[in-house]
Write a protein that binds this ligand. Sequence first.
Ligand SMILES: *Cc1c(COP(=O)(O)O)cnc(C)c1O
Length: 391
Amino acid sequence: MKHIYLDNAATTQLDQDVLEKMKPFIRDYYGNPSSIYSFGRESLKAIEQARETVASCFNCRSSEIYFTSCGTESDNWAIKGICSSHRAKGKHIITTNIEHPAVLDTFRYMKKIGYDITLVPVEKNGIVNASDIEKAIRKDTILISVMFANNEIGTIQPIAEIGAIAKKHNIVFHTDAVQAAGAIPIDVKALNIDLMSVSAHKFHGPKGVGALYIKRGIVIDNLLHGGGQERTRRAATENVCGIVGLAEALRLSVENMEKNNAHIKAIRDAVKAGIEAKVPYIIYNGDETNRLVNNINFCFKFIEGEALILLLDMKGICASSGSACASKSLDPSHVLLALGLPHEIAHGSLRLTFGKDSSMNDVDYIVNTVAQTVDRLRQMSPLYESFIKEH
Ligand SMILES: *Cc1c(COP(=O)(O)O)cnc(C)c1O
């Protein structure tokens, strides 16, 4: 039975080298990093080394890196923490309409408790205009949050421009870089980023550990209150082995970025060209070039993405769709709708996200399987039947 994993935007496999680095901290070095005795100091040392590694990957100080339990926590902390610490200045916050739910849902919650939110729409190519962000700024704006790269369509946002705008207007700028970290170079200083969320399991680290970069001088309230961990800003006994894994996975991803990206892009481009050559009536979602090299997002007219995913699964291919049941909701993906696609088209979406362990040897199988499956679903589709009759 084949097993071809094409869902690296959802999560990635833990790297073997990362696992080896984590192993001593799963059981042997179990000392609490907050303890006084030397045994606990081994754990503390590992955390501080990890912090330095992460800082060097993003060009910041280690004292600006805070470990969290996931990307979702980092996003929640950034948004709720700034809203709370800056409420005397104003109650208006800005984001885009294609953010991950960890940001969008947090914005909706802030609205519920009395903040004003602006969701700036993206262009048809899935990229927001930095000037539209600037136009949305008001006197009482306290936060701009724009994702670095989109998890569904892979588009890369104009982070440097938005960072410069935020700086000019003296507004805190947060970016959800969960998809970007380890995939594209990130220099938080050059980009004027104040807060940045990342998550280990998106770059071959373990699940359940993330980080938030908080620029020195940014005033932000805590999300978790309790003990004095993370320099009193994020309580809870540290996930030592997770933190060690996050840092090692990030280090490897950044070190091998060029090599991995060249490999991933070659496979992605071959699959894209193969499918386009074999399957008619396709829409390719997201900007053609300004996107993560690992991402393809198609809409196949006349079919349901969810049926396609289930049939691909039977052929050993793990893929994803922004449609209906696959995402546990009846509406198609908010990202695809934000591109201006009608509901019935958005329902026929397929996202393939490749990784460093994807193989060129699988390209033909992937292309043929997708083409055959789309064809089979179209043969059963009343929409397709009436379209063919009319043309
Ligand atoms: C996966 C993802 C998250 C959530 O990260 P978790 O660690 O799974 O909580 C947030 N934002 C983006 C863009 C993501 O892709």
